[in-house]
Design a protein around this ligand. Structure first.
Ligand code: CO
Length: 176
């Protein structure tokens, strides 16, 4: 297993629309394994492939942090097909360190995805899992949780976000 670098706010990959995963092959299995390792190492509850600089429609969630018998789970090509209710919960993101804000989102979602065996599954979930999935599915569309807070709150975070972006730019120049 390989520890991957989580890219940060300001990196343009986070703003790209992720490509559909056409073939679930060994490279996808390895990416999932590395993403789960990285998510758990960095203390995240979820991680989307664009956050490790792979613009693919794939994400992992550590269900062990949600349910007693939960396991880290991969969701490939996930798509929300219905949602209901409304909930306000605090969110953070490994790509936006040290910032947490309350975000309003639907409380229950029905979504479709493929598992690592390529089976298409449909599930209806609520609570923390629904929240994490919505946050991660946003990543696949280039959307970040700070896009979903009020304009005023975002203004207040402007300096911190700018500092994260500047650090990321410096990093990108070093590896270029
Ligand atoms: Co995130």
């Amino acid at each position: 297993m390989e520890l991957l670098r989580v890219i940060k706010y300001g990196n343009p990959i986070l703003r790209m629309k992720a490509s559909k995963v056409d073939k679930i092959d060994r490279s996808i299995w390895k990416l999932v394994e590395d993403m789960i390792f990285t998510m758990q190492h960095d203390g995240g509850i979820g991680l989307a492939a664009p956050q490790v600089a792979q613009s693919l429609a794939l994400l992992v969630v550590d269900q062990g942090l949600i349910y007693e018998d939960g396991q880290p789970t991969a969701y490939i090509n996930p798509e929300i097909i219905a949602s209901e209710g409304e909930a306000v919960l605090e969110e953070g993101c490994l790509s936006i360190p040290d910032i947490r804000e309350e975000v309003k989102r639907p409380e229950v979602i029905t979504f479709r995805y493929q598992n690592l065996d390529g089976d298409t599954l449909e599930e209806k979930v609520d609570g923390l899992l629904a929240r994490v999935l919505q946050h991660e599915i946003d990543h696949l569309k280039g959307v970040l949780f700070v896009d979903r807070i009020s304009h005023l709150k975002k203004q207040l975070l402007k300096k911190e976000l700018k500092a994260i972006a500047q650090e990321e730019m410096t990093y990108m120049k070093q590896v270029a």
